[in-house]
Write a protein that binds this ligand. Sequence first.
Ligand SMILES: C=C(CC[C@@H](C)[C@H]1CC[C@H]2C3=CC[C@H]4[C@H](C)[C@@H](O)CC[C@]4(C)[C@H]3CC[C@]12C)C(C)C
Ligand SMILES: C[S@@+](CC[C@H](N)C(=O)[O-])C[C@H]1O[C@@H](n2cnc3c(N)ncnc32)[C@H](O)[C@@H]1O
Length: 360
Amino acid sequence: MDTLSLFCTGALLAGGLYWFVCVLGPAERKGKRATDLSGGSISAEKVQDSYDKYWSFFRRPKEIETAEKVPDFVDTFYNLVTDIYEWGWGQSFHFSPAIPGKSDRDATRLHEEMAVDLIEVKSGDKILDVGCGVGGPMRAIASHSRANVVGITINEYQVNRAKLHNKKAGLDSLCDVVCGNFLKMPFPSNSFDGAYSIEATCHAPNLEEVYAEIFRVLKPGALYVSYEWVTTEKFVAENAEHVEIIQGIERGDALPGLRTYADIAEAAKKVGFEVVKERDLAQPPSHPWWTRLKMGRIAYWRNHIVVTVLSALGIAPKGTVDVHEMLFKTADFLTRGGDSGIFSPMHMILCRKPKEDNSN
Ligand SMILES: C=C(CC[C@@H](C)[C@H]1CC[C@H]2C3=CC[C@H]4[C@H](C)[C@@H](O)CC[C@]4(C)[C@H]3CC[C@]12C)C(C)C
Ligand SMILES: C[S@@+](CC[C@H](N)C(=O)[O-])C[C@H]1O[C@@H](n2cnc3c(N)ncnc32)[C@H](O)[C@@H]1O
């Protein structure tokens, strides 16, 4: 091979590799590159151990039934997955119904704006984001409503990511983030004009406990909306395939146990909320939320190769391949949950804290 052919082959290979990792790789727009994948607050050499520890919760299911262990288990999970989520999905860690003619990004934003519109927030109000992730929803909601948003997450790594993104977006004067447990929030009673939670309270071992905490911090008359993960009326507990799908979703998403759609309003009422509205936003005329997951399958294979190579080169922590594989399988369980109609990640409930507190 002469020098020119050698040069051209080398350039083609380098260009192809760049295209495969950086252009096809989704990180560019979303702030996370494959080469920056980490184990969150866990040091690189402990990622594999932490992943094994995460799975050990499921080998001894009684462990996660012990409510006080759940936040630690959820925190470990988010250390392991936060970078991969950001890299492969974006800054909003939730689903939304597909909207024909609109991008995933726009569909996501509209789903978030709907939450804040439902709680009738005004500019200058102080609202709470319960389980805020890295703050994708918070930024969309603050820009849309001009309300001050305070987010809480159990995961310290997410707090740092969210603060960084808030600053970059020029929204740090409207958005604040606190590290803490939503079962015991570091906020005074009657201090928020509204609250929302997007696909987060499903991590609570007991829904009543987190709803009671939200009820406590809301001002009388204030509204709270939640998008809940539930099994629908199509779920049959005696159907082995249904059980396999739901268990797969629980294991790949750090859930102490999925609730049924009927549990949601019951828990809200028990803690003193008035239920204003309740609707499964996944039901027609909504378009399937799981199309995006299904369409991404080729990208997941590409991501798997990228993660495997980076891990072998010592750029991504050991254990990242296992975490990625777990997510790969989870995507399949979630898609089956959507296709079969037995699962919804967007059972919406809108509640009001009564003007007079009748909870006692
Ligand atoms: C609300 C929760 C998280 C919901 C979703 C944001 C995530 C659930 C499954 C995740 C993913 C699955 C497959 C990954 C893929 C293999 C990888 O290459 C790129 C990232 C994924 C697409 C990843 C992205 C986030 C999810 C869709 C739960 C935890 C309560
Ligand atoms: C799937 S993410 C959703 C994040 C965000 N709502 C979004 O849509 O981008 C769930 C969030 O709930 C948070 N979370 C789970 N259990 C928690 C707890 N006990 N206390 C505080 N945050 C918690 C996680 O840390 C994570 O930020």
